[in-house]
Design a protein around this ligand. Structure first.
Ligand code: 0O2
Length: 221
């Protein structure tokens, strides 16, 4: 491969990755619209915060090697479905299904895969709803359908997952058994907290007097 070929390959890869960045922008906009609209219509905000990350070129290539996928852009598009990642953190367990349905029901979104690690918690305790969707991204000269991994979870699930992630990396995957047991126990406590908060939320919903809209035009984001 000559230097010119390498330059072209690099440009193609940069252009390929840009599509995923745009897909993140599209999904993030969709979620922000849902958040604002839901808040306006129901006077309730089911989304605590939204985050996103674009997989680095190094970790995309590392995954291709690790999983033995063909090393070309078409194969990467087809096989590596988490290059674009968006995380939605909700207050209550019931919000997760609400957000999931509102996204999955949108005309331009196709659900490619769904993993419910809430009903089927991972053995280490990990809980989250994962949706792999594809959405159209309108480029200057073409339309691409780009896959995006959307993770939807509660604050407690997110708290647990971020600590577990740090521990996992600190021990390079070899987490000592006592820590693993403590993490599994913490996941149990997180579930109990989620269930308690959900019950309280329902109770307040039932007993609170009807809300009057605040006189200000501020949005509770
Ligand atoms: P990061 O740093 O978030 O990008 P694969 O992607 O093929 O290795 P799989 O089974 O296809 O794995 O996907 P899965 O299980 O749906 O998980 C993908 C992502 O979910 C991970 O991305 C994590 O973000 C999150 N996740 C899954 N399992 C765990 C877990 O046990 N603990 C924590 N903390 N997060 C988890 P990445 O690329 O691994 O990490």
């Amino acid at each position: 491969v000559g230097i010119d070929d390498l330059r072209i390959l690099r440009e193609q890869f940069v252009d390929f990755m840009l599509g995923y960045k745009f897909a993140i922008d599209e999904v993030t906009t969709k979620i922000n619209i849902l958040r604002e609209d839901f808040n306006n219509t129901h006077e309730y905000n089911p989304i605590e915060h939204v985050g996103s990350r674009l997989k680095s070129p190094e970790s995309v290539l590392e995954k291709v090697r690790r999983k033995n996928y063909a090393m070309n852009l078409a194969a990467i598009r087809e096989n590596v479905l988490d290059i674009a990642g968006v995380r939605v953190v909700c207050s209550f367990i019931s919000d997760i299904g609400t957000i999931r349905d509102m996204l999955a029901g949108q005309e331009d979104i196709t659900v490619l895969e769904e993993r419910d690690y809430i009903t089927h918690r991972k053995p280490n305790g990990y809980q989250s709803m994962h949706l792999i969707v594809s959405i159209p991204v309108f480029r200057s000269d073409r339309t691409e359908r780009i896959p995006v991994e959307i993770q939807i979870r509660t604050i407690a699930m997110d708290f647990w997952a971020s600590l577990e992630h740090k521990i996992y990396y600190k021990y390079r995957g070899e987490v000592p058994p006592n820590l693993r047991a403590d993490l599994a126990q913490a996941a149990e406590v997180a579930t109990q907290l989620d269930e308690k908060m959900e019950a309280l939320h329902r109770q307040v919903d039932r007993s609170a007097p009807p809300k009057t809209k605040p006189a200000t035009d501020s949005l509770d984001l």
